[in-house]
Design a protein around this ligand. Structure first.
Ligand code: SF4
Ligand code: SF4
Length: 556
């Protein structure tokens, strides 16, 4: 096993951490329960082979994960590892809840102390609860009492919120979602590096995106087969995380002994900055393919469960997402019949209700770290799986996202047109741009930008500005047809338009007609630049083309 420093803590921690949220399960009296014997065998195998970081939480596996972990850590195993669990912050209603939960968790885990106690899944809203109930002081009291040794938080929100929380306290560690598909969302790479620069240990959760990054297509398999180094899809994903010098532990939620064996082998081959530029290119190639293969960004974390109406939310979303991958969709859709359709059926097969059982109570909304509009998506799931409506009509297959991205200040070199949009010849602008841009040094040629800008004066005349451009890293003398312009740091909602440009108008209709008007959190920043981002994924007139649209936003 390879070991790393755990931020500023004096620990040698295994690069592979065992996440106890996806332990093996079996059916018992119609209920899905942890297969205790197999789970204990897996946990002990991992410890015997060098894994020394274990992560669990109060709600995992219907509140039974901590109990099984406690059993597995008997017979001297507890002393060999660092044990971490979390306060379910969204459930607290009073200050005393802190001690009630902590004492219960210590009892379930059969231990006197936790190596780290985390606030579970902090966001803008739940961080207010930490402040309201003065829970940092409670953490410090627990530390003085010897019940916990270190203090941290896991996180699901945007970079701004992450930075605010990081700056609020002298944390020992933070646990963030980060993988080769999601490195620009939630805390983002920038957040990871900011926290690491302060000596805070970084534990990465969802390095394989809940197993999603192992579900390959023929295209992805080809990339893996033709790679110079032989690795499984899971191993590529884990190596990406371990490659970053700021990361101490990659947590994997392992469900079989084979997963444990494979991940340990992979960890043994890990290293900081050990991936070559060629390997990083392979990963970025895979990332592009994976991004086109998920309609609902559900990571199957089960935080939204149980649903009071019995809807098995992750299973419904998982099935819908899988529909994109299967060859014979009609056959596959028949499995939806196995979900309970009525309350009576639910009594026989609990927690496995179909999407139509959702009564839109909204109870699940705050629990979802991916901010999925669960009842809204469930309605669409049922239209497709239950009522047989056409997949491509119900889901907007020509758009993906948005992801929320913080873009740093940048400057561009480009050709500008000011005037009426309908009179503009954009292809001609690009042609002219490419005729002269090669003369400019120090520009980033990996992508082009089509930037739209407006102002009150231009708006009155029914005009706007459009610049075709590339980013420039250092300003120098440029041909006189070109302009240079600077743009400040800004938050953007990034939508990816999929396929040909024919229905680009529908994508904009969705953004401006549905997404922005119905968004309770974000609004567009007036007159800030909006731009199209063209990179190697863009292929004119191709069904597999991708084009990113950056819409400037701010919190309402
Ligand atoms: S909104 Fe629907 S899925 Fe969510 S908790 Fe309520 S009934 Fe369940
Ligand atoms: S819907 Fe959200 S909370 Fe529920 S399993 Fe998926 S990602 Fe997790």
């Amino acid at each position: 096993m390879k070991y790393r420093k755990m931020g500023s803590l004096d620990w040698d921690v295994s690069v592979l951490g065992f996440g106890c949220m996806r332990l093996p399960t079996k059916k018992e009296n119609g209920n899905e329960v942890i297969d205790e014997e197999v789970a204990i065998k897996m946990i002990r195998y991992a410890i015997d082979n060098g894994v020394n970081y274990f992560d669990t939480a109060f709600p995992y596996h219907n509140e039974t994960s901590e109990i099984i972990v406690g059993k597995a850590l008997k017979d001297g195993y507890r002393e060999k590892i660092k044990l971490v669990t979390k306060l379910p912050i969204w459930r607290v209603t009073k200050r005393e809840d802190f001690d009630n939960y902590l004492n219960t968790q210590l009892e379930k885990l059969q231990t006197n102390y936790l190596d780290i106690y985390l606030f579970h899944g902090l966001s803008k809203r739940t961080f207010e609860l930490v402040k309201k109930y003065e829970f940092i002081e409670k953490m410090e009291e627990a530390k003085t009492a010897g019940k916990i040794r270190h203090i941290g938080f896991s996180f699901h929100d945007s970079y701004d919120v992450f930075k605010e929380i990081i700056d609020f306290y002298n944390w020992d560690m933070t646990q963030i979602q980060w993988n080769f598909v999601d490195h620009n969302t939630q805390a983002t790479t920038k957040g990871l590096e900011y926290a690491a620069s302060k000596g805070i240990a970084i534990v990465v959760m969802e390095p394989i995106k809940g197993g999603f990054l192992t579900k390959t297509t023929k295209e992805i398999e080809n990339i893996i087969e033709n790679a110079p180094i032989k690795r499984s899809a899971a191993s590529w994903a884990l190596q990406y995380v371990w490659n970053h010098p700021g990361v101490s532990v990659a947590l994997s939620g392992m469900s079989t002994l084979d997963h444990v064996i494979e991940n340990i082998e992979s960890a043994n081959k890990s290293g900081i900055n050990s991936l070559s530029p060629e390997e990083l290119n392979i990963i970025s190639d895979m990332a592009i393919r994976f991004k086109t293969k998920s309609l609902i960004p559900c990571t199957l974390c089960y935080y939204c469960q149980p649903c009071p109406s019995g809807v098995n939310i992750p299973k419904n979303f998982g099935m819908l997402n899988e529909l994109l991958w299967v060859e014979n969709r009609e056959e596959f859709i028949k499995y939806y019949d196995y979900f309970a359709k009525t309350k009576e059926e639910l009594n026989e097969s609990r927690n496995n209700g179909n999407a139509a059982l959702c009564v839109q109570c909204g109870e699940c909304l705050e629990k979802c770290p991916q901010e999925i509009n669960i009842p809204y998506e469930l309605e669409k799931v049922h239209l497709v799986l239950g009522e047989g409506q056409e997949f491509s009509k119900v889901f907007k297959l020509f758009i993906r996202g948005p992801k929320i991205v913080e873009k740093e200040a940048f400057q561009i070199v480009g050709i500008e047109d000011v005037g009426k949009r309908e009179k503009r010849n954009v292809p001609q602008m690009w042609a002219k741009f490419y005729e002269i841009i090669y003369k400019v040094q120090n520009r980033d040629g990996s992508h082009g930008l089509g930037i739209s800008l407006s102002s009150k004066e231009l708006l009155k005349k029914g005009e706007d500005r459009y610049i075709v451009a590339q980013e420039i890293l250092k300003v120098e003398i440029i041909p006189e047809e070109l302009i240079i312009e600077k743009f400040p740091a800004q938050k953007y909602a990034v939508f990816t338009h999929l396929g040909k440009l024919d229905n680009l108008g529908e994508t904009f209709d969705f953004i401006y007609g549905e997404w922005l008007p119905n968004n309770s959190r974000y609004e567009r920043v007036p007159f800030a630049p909006e731009f199209e981002w063209y990179d190697q994924r863009f292929q004119k007139d191709s069904d597999t083309s991708e084009l990113d649209l950056y819409i400037p936003i701010r919190e309402k």
